[in-house]
Design a binder for this molecule. Structure first.
Ligand SMILES: Cc1ncc(COP(=O)(O)O)c(C=O)c1O
Length: 463
């Protein structure tokens, strides 16, 4: 034991300063342009210096970050950011993240870092409950839905090949029985990337035709023969639509396939009694992937993989080494994740669920969906075409020709009141509105729609 030292004082002062700077940054977000100004971006050049030869003042490093980087950020944490299905962090989740960063725990082994291992185990149980998934499923805290898909699909790969008498972890894929992988035509590219990383080959994937909302057509499932993984989607990145789980999951599983669901944001519909009918039957799958940094509004990077059969995920992921403690009575998180060392990202999920409760999560999801419908109503009333059925939090708007729509998107971003991105979906160029933040009030939605309508008028006036 020792008394407080000078470096303890310096650290406390730095952390206080970071907290104050962070709080001031967030408090100002609602008033500033969502897009950073060209001047702020130009000033980033000032960071392009050689590495300092000598040690410097840590407080000066923090001050420089705040001076140059804070103004050059996109205000994704603010109330009027509607791009990429990105929601700002709940204050309690951000604060818990800061506290967990101070703990600096490696959340790999229960007996070594028991506090965070236990809090993550509780968070996992709560997540299964709030998402309506089987209570005895197991899971992993990973960096995002890309890695959640990868993790769950590694379990799928293990299971379907084990059933065919093949140990893929030991013997690899080179001489393995072929695995048929099926996805909808509008599967998210990161799902395809995860499949490619697992050695399934992008070109070998069987793509199911989709309907006018991007849903895989139920009757299009091919005859299942041999090791097969069927990947479905909860929440199409453009339309928010859901694949027909009820009509695909059971026939596929009965025929021996493993069914995986990419529910990066759409799986959260399960948390709302009003919206859960959208994802009816999703709980029948074998594995699921979702993001907590999307709709639970916790800081990056936070994805979740869940696997129905608790034994399967560790078969794909478990690790042992002489220098690591032997497994104890409780599960070691590193036997479920691709990584050995990682931050305890489940802590902020626990804090978010602890403070929102079941009702708060449902309210967040329902409010954002209602706000998305409001966007669609007012833009349609102004004469613009809404391309999708607005079932969730995604709205696709066309302002006329592709060129006109792109000019409106540019004009919206330049105006800075809000930020929406573009897409091309089923051949149509559209502005994409994703409502995904606890911070978005109904007033923010009205201000944003006013800004979009102003942008459309400006584009029309300039011909
Ligand atoms: C359906 C779907 N799957 C996967 C992803 C990838 O998620 P992440 O960027 O967290 O890896 C996204 C991202 O938007 C998505 O919408």
């Amino acid at each position: 034991m020792r008394g407080r030292t000078k470096s303890d004082e310096v650290r406390s002062e730095l952390l206080r300063s970071a907290a104050e700077r962070g709080a001031s940054y967030l408090a100002a977000l609602g008033q500033r342009s969502v897009r950073p100004s060209p001047e702020a971006i130009a000033k980033l050049d000032r960071l392009e210096t050689p590495i300092p030869e000598k040690a410097g003042d840590p407080a000066a490093a923090l001050a420089e970050l705040d001076e140059f980087v804070s103004p050059a950020t996109l205000a994704t944490a603010g109330p009027r950011f509607f791009g990429f299905v990105i929601g700002g962090s709940l204050p309690v989740a951000l604060a818990a993240d800061w506290l967990a960063a101070a703990w600096d725990q490696n959340a790999a082994i229960d007996s070594v870092t028991p506090g965070v291992a236990r809090v993550e185990a509780v968070a996992l149980r709560w997540l299964l409950d709030v998402l309506g998934l089987p209570a005895d499923a197991d899971g992993a805290f990973v960096t995002g839905a890309t890695m959640a898909n990868f993790t769950a699909l590694a379990a799928a790969r293990h299971a379907v090949l084990a059933r065919a008498g093949w140990d893929v972890e030991a013997d690899g894929l080179t001489a393995a029985p072929p695995v048929t992988v099926v996805t909808g035509e509008e599967a998210h590219p990161t799902l395809i990337k995860a499949l490619a990383l697992l050695g399934f080959g992008r070109r070998r994937i069987v793509r199911l035709p989709v309907d006018g909302q991007g849903r895989a057509r139920a009757g299009s499932l091919p005859r299942i023969d041999g090791p097969t993984i069927v990947c479905l989607q909860a929440g199409n990145i453009n339309t928010g639509a859901f694949d027909p789980f009820e009509s695909i999951c059971m026939p596929a599983r009965d025929a021996g396939a493993w069914v995986h669901v990419d529910g990066a944001f759409g799986l959260w519909a399960q948390a709302s009694p009003r919206l859960a009918s959208l994802s009816r039957g999703v709980e029948l799958a074998d594995s699921w992937a979702t993001d907590a940094h999307k709709w639970l509004n916790v800081p990056y990077d936070s994805g979740l993989a869940f696997v129905r059969e608790p034994d399967v995920l560790p078969r794909a992921m478990a690790i042992s080494a002489e220098y690591l403690p032997a497994p104890g009575a409780r599960r070691n998180p590193c036997d479920y994740t691709p990584e050995l060392s990682r931050r305890a990202r489940g802590v902020e999920i626990w804090a978010a669920l602890r403070s929102l409760g079941r009702e708060g999560v449902a309210e967040l999801i329902e409010r954002n969906c209602r706000q998305a419908r409001r966007f669609a109503e007012r833009l349609a009333a102004a004469g613009f075409e809404i391309l999708n059925d607005v079932v969730l939090n995604q709205v696709l708007v066309s302002f006329g020709s592709p060129e006109t729509t792109l000019r409106v998107i540019d004009s919206v971003q330049e105006d800075g009141t809000c930020w929406c991105g573009g897409t091309v979906w089923q051949g149509h160029t559209a502005m994409r509105v994703s409502v995904c933040s606890w911070a978005t009030t109904d007033e923010d939605v009205e201000l944003s729609i006013d800004a979009v309508l102003r942008a459309a008028r400006r584009v029309r006036a300039t011909g």
